[in-house]
Design a protein around this ligand. Structure first.
Ligand SMILES: Cc1cc2nc3c(=O)[nH]c(=O)nc-3n(C[C@H](O)[C@H](O)[C@H](O)COP(=O)(O)O)c2cc1C
Length: 206
């Protein structure tokens, strides 16, 4: 079993990585394989609402990491998405990628356990955490939680390491993810039968 950890920070070894590393160590201690995916600093596109993904099964644009990230997410048994907090939200480039991945690949990601974790210096953590969880909770994905909303505080990795409660929260994300994955692997019951989507909007129709 493998968990993909996505670092949504442009800094490959910064605070978000430090928090994700703690999650990964806890997973590995439970015998779960881990893989990191760095979104890096190259430009990424936003969704242009062309709807071509519904026919292609992937984003129409192949000039950034979106489709590669989607493939890695699909190949993993569990997903952890980490982000720095920018203006009380996840990093914009990460959301630009996730908008496109989830629009193109929602069925392939459904029922995959997932967790979000965020890092901030001071404030906005729970708003950013909430935003990331929106991707999972619109797509039938079991959300792995911890003892607190999954955040660590600090502007530098060494400050994050001093956030003992935050780091404990990260370890427990890893342990809880391992517990859920092992239970799924052990069997259980199939996922519920799908209902046709009753897609409504809020316009009054005659
Ligand atoms: C554009 C920008 C906006 C930021 N906004 C916030 C914020 O709203 N709240 C906060 O506590 N820190 C804020 N920060 C600090 C970042 O959260 C912090 O530098 C980051 O989480 C460090 O993680 P990293 O090393 O993984 O990139 C901001 C930083 C930048 C660059």
């Amino acid at each position: 079993m493998k968990v993909l950890l996505i670092n949504g920070s442009p800094r490959p070894a910064g605070c978000t990585y430090t928090a994700l590393r703690e999650v990964a160590d806890a997973l590995e201690a439970e015998g779960i394989e881990t893989e990191f995916f760095q979104i890096g600093t190259d430009p990424v596109r936003g969704c242009i609402e062309c709807w071509k993904c519904s026919k292609l099964g992937r984003c129409v644009f192949d000039d950034d990491i979106c489709n590669e990230m989607a493939e890695r997410m699909i190949a993993a048994d569990g997903i952890v998405i980490g982000s720095p907090v920018f203006y009380a939200a996840p990093a914009g480039q990460l959301c630009a990628l996730l908008d496109r991945v989830f629009y193109a690949q929602a069925p392939a990601l459904a029922y995959k356990p997932a967790a979000a974790i965020v890092n901030c210096r001071r404030g906005g953590a729970s708003a950013a955490f909430d935003r990331l969880n929106k991707y999972f909770t619109i797509n039938h994905m079991p959300v792995v939680s911890s003892q607190y909303w999954n955040s660590v505080h600090g502007r530098k990795p060494e400050e994050v390491l001093q956030d003992r409660e935050g780091m404990q929260t990260m370890r427990l994300v890893g342990k809880n993810m391992a517990w859920l994955l092992k239970n799924i692997e052990a069997g259980g019951v199939p996922v519920p039968e799908k209902e046709p989507w009753q897609m409504t909007d809020f316009c009054r129709k005659a």
